[in-house]
Ligand binder design. Sequence first.
Ligand SMILES: Cc1cc2nc3c(=O)[nH]c(=O)nc-3n(C[C@H](O)[C@H](O)[C@H](O)COP(=O)(O)O)c2cc1C
Length: 190
Amino acid sequence: MKKDLGVKPYLFPMPVLMIATYGDDGAVDVMNMAWGGICGHDMVSLNIDDDHKTSENIRKRHAFTLSVADIPHIEAADFFGIASGNKMPDKFERSGLTAEKSQKVDAPIVREFPLTLECEVVEDKMEVYGHHVIGRIVGVLADTDVLDEKGYVDPTKLNAFVFDQFQSGYYAIGEKVGQAWSTGAPLMKK
Ligand SMILES: Cc1cc2nc3c(=O)[nH]c(=O)nc-3n(C[C@H](O)[C@H](O)[C@H](O)COP(=O)(O)O)c2cc1C
């Protein structure tokens, strides 16, 4: 039996993305974003409420970085989704995290997050659903300790967690249960 839950933005998992930008004064701002993701080989898509400091910063600087938050920094990651740089000028400093300037884009890199995409803005529009930004990935930085022996990112080393849109929980990512383009392959031979 199924129950109709109405119209809800219900998907699972949702990512926990850390969007880092510079303000006019060079102040670092970071926001927590679930409604974003990959939308092309070298493109990411962001949906931002227009009143966020991040929205203003992206319009002015045309750049941002997008990091995967990890469990050791979950308190700061959630805080970045509660506080606004508009009302709390020292938002980033309060988090206790540190940042350095990207070599490739006009945006900060949060040192403590394990994986960061450096992005330049290629599309910036107001849509019926809000401020929509497309960024081109111009660099990817990973901590060496999240890489496997071949140099690929090992998801089990990322300590990443996901967001639950139903009840606002954060969940650790569990064990590996299959291999894409392989687990289903036996059915191709039927
Ligand atoms: C788990 C989580 C996910 C969020 N996802 C989004 C999102 O996708 N888009 C958005 O505009 N705000 C999102 N927010 C809210 C912003 O992170 C929050 O309003 C933040 O204070 C904005 O910071 P800023 O004003 O410094 O940019 C999310 C917050 C949390 C806690």
